[in-house]
Every structure is written in structure tokens, then in C-alpha cells.
Design a binder for this molecule. Sequence first.
Ligand code: SF4
Ligand code: SF4
Length: 345
Amino acid sequence: MNEEKRGHLKRIVAQFGFPESETLLGLWDAMVSAQEAGWIAHLPATAGELAARLGEDPQTVVAGLADLYDRGLVLRSEQAPDGPRYEAETNGGVLMDLVLFDRRYLARHGPEFLNAWRRFYNEELVHTYEHPAPDERPFRVIPVGEQVQDRRTALPYEQVAALVRGARRISVEHCPCRTRERACDNPLETCLAFDHVADYMIGRGIGRELTADQALDLLARCEELGLVHVTENADHPLVLCNCCPCCCVFLRAMTVHAKQDVIDASRYRAVVDRALCTACGRCVERCHFGAMALAEGAAQVDAGRCLGCGLCATTCPVEAIALVEVRPPAFIPQQGSGFEALLDG
Ligand code: SF4
Ligand code: SF4
């Protein structure tokens, strides 16, 4: 890498909050040319503004920025009269996802590329996850299928079936976390996107369109595998992930890196009917968060650890576990999808 490219990349990684990260700088070096690094370092701009700013051929910059967008390396913020306005990304987690959704990077760069992302996540990015305020946590757990005790208390965006049935368009993508971490043999193609985000995924060639029935079948298979449904912490979520505790950026942060509070619980908590419980221990094994234990002849829930995912309830052979409402509807921030805003344009 020549000094000019390195200078552009230093500016880019500083915008992510990692000015000294040689790992992130090396990843960017692999992903972009020197000319592309210069463009990204001089955003935000429309292609026309950027071409004028850098004295470059406008048509080359138009095509180049569109290609960077297609590779997940820049965002579009608005439609200006002379075309879309592009912005550099500044969130390391979002960049990691938008790159690792795309299998073309893996084909081009091989295993060392994934190893570098693993180093970046486990040695740098995860250590920035420090106790976000409740309404700043970007994702939350959503209960499995039909487990909420009183279905009338569940809001539409707390029910996976309602999210799927209400979507205009649905796509499925390869999980970027499992792609990066490779810590389990769960299936890769498990991340769902809806509507505007599905348009983006399918448009980039990294998402496969599903019918609602196909998406619901996929969710049922994920529940059987013990994967946790996780969605955006918003009343209009446009992504629905099926997460394992060993790979997911947030669940791994909790279970491997001891970072608590990085993800919101659902509004529900598991409650055991001691009269029904046979102390078989299946729920203890099933819970990824150490929230179930056997005590005095029955399963007991640690309220402080329970995220209200409902996986214990689906595994109980005598239906001794229910999910009960423990937080009011106002617990969920009333805001639109963050991904919709990110991918606008
Ligand atoms: S006890 Fe564990 S498995 Fe059951 S709902 Fe709580 S977090 Fe999920
Ligand atoms: S799975 Fe059901 S029966 Fe078995 S210990 Fe848990 S609550 Fe009790």
C-alpha cells in the first residue's frame, strides 16, 4: 500500500473510532483500491460533487460510487437533484455485516479475510460494547413462536409470525456472524430481512427471496435448533436474526466476553409451574444464558438473566414453562428501523 492510500485509509478507520487499528486498516486495504479509498475519505458527497472536489472524471465517479454501494462499503443518505448522496459508514458492526453478508468477498479473499474480521470483532469491536442505555441497545430478543402465555399482551412486532405475514417482501441471507466466527455448525442461511431491507439485499444479490410460508418454516427450524430470535429494538423492525450464543455479535459479547446489557430482553420472562415440573433438566441445557437451574426438585428461573426468548418453554416435555409479561409495551422504543435509515436512497 502506498503512502497516499494509507493516508486515506487512516482517515476512514478513524471515522469508525479505531484510528490505530491495523486490522481494520488491513481489511479496508483488501477491499478497496487507492482511488476508491480516496473517494470514501472525501465523502459525504454526490458523485458530481466528489468528481469536482477531486478533479476526476464524473462518469468514472458515478460508476465507482454505485459499485462501492453494491459492495456494502458506502451508504446512500438522500436523493439529491444530481443523484444519490453517498456517505461513508462509521459503525464497525454495520460495516462488518454489510461486507460479510456478501459471499463474493469470501470467494475473492479466502480464509485470512475472515480471520482478520474475527480479530477485529474479538479484540477491538466487542470492547466498545459498554452498557448502552436501554433505548440505545440496537437489538432485542423476540420470543419464539406461540409461547407467550397471553397472546393479547404481545404486540405485532413481538410476534415472529406477525412480522413475517406483515412484510411486503422477505429475503434470507447468510449470517455474517456465523460466517465470521465459525464456532458452531448451525446453518448459515438464517437471517431474514423485510421490505426495504429485503429490496437492498436482493438488489445486491446477497439475499434470496422467500414467501411468508417459507420464512415461517425457516423460523420453526431455527427454533428446533435452539437459535434465539433477535430483531431490531424498534416498533418497525426490518431484520429478524436467528442467533447462536457462540457467534452472534451481541450474544457472543454476553456469553464469551462477559459484556452484559448489550441486547435488550423481550418483554417476557419464563415462569415455571413447579407442580408440573419433573426436574428433567432439559430447560437448563437449552437456556444459553444460564438463567435456568434445578433447585429443590424443580427448575428455577434467574430473573436477572432471563432474556425471555422462550426456548426453554418449547423444550419442556410437560409444558411446565410459560412466558409471562414483565415489562410494559413502552419498554420497546417507538422508532423506525435503523437499517431503513442506513440504506435509504
Ligand atoms: S430461561 Fe433462558 S431459555 Fe428460558 S426464556 Fe429465559 S433466557 Fe430464554
Ligand atoms: S424442561 Fe420442564 S420438566 Fe424439565 S426441568 Fe425444565 S421445567 Fe421442569
